[in-house]
Design a protein around this ligand. Sequence first.
Ligand SMILES: Cc1cc2nc3c(=O)[nH]c(=O)nc-3n(C[C@H](O)[C@H](O)[C@H](O)COP(=O)(O)O)c2cc1C
Length: 172
Amino acid sequence: MAISSKVEEMDAITALKTRRAVRSYTGEPVAREILEDIVDCGRLAASAINIQPWEFVVITDRAMLARVATIADYGKFIAQASACILVLCRDTKYYLEDGSAATQNLLLAARAHGLGSCWVAGDKKPYAETIRELAGAPAGLRLVSLVGLGRTTEKPAPEKRPLADVLHWEKY
Ligand SMILES: Cc1cc2nc3c(=O)[nH]c(=O)nc-3n(C[C@H](O)[C@H](O)[C@H](O)COP(=O)(O)O)c2cc1C
């Protein structure tokens, strides 16, 4: 199967407004340069006192994707993803906020590259340590999230709370 390396970036506002969790993928491989660019966007996220506690493990091996999918209870679709990016953080005071900011950047970068992706829970899950070990990551790193991604034809449209319901000018 040909590896698609087309770099079709969209503007940030469009990526932000059209990103939705995608859990079904075509299986078409994604070029390494695109995966690298997505991680590059992750590592540029904001972090408390710029501590950048993160490490990213990109899994593309099909057998490994299948194993991760078996372990992550709500991440079975990772078995069909082209890649899964693990976001691991050193156990700093704000590791969860920092790792979450990095994770959101991954989702948006994936969208900007025309890919579907989905955040799968890592932190607080009983399987977090199992996946960390499976990935060969050092003890002490916290698995914040797993991001499954790939090309997709799915266009999910979960309902979102309207702007007028959530926006409060000056006072609640
Ligand atoms: C902290 C967090 C954990 C999540 N864990 C999972 C998960 O384990 N499996 C899954 O399918 N989706 C997971 N999601 C994705 C959410 O279900 C999804 O973002 C939500 O339904 C809103 O849909 P949207 O992303 O399309 O806006 C998670 C999202 C967040 C922020």
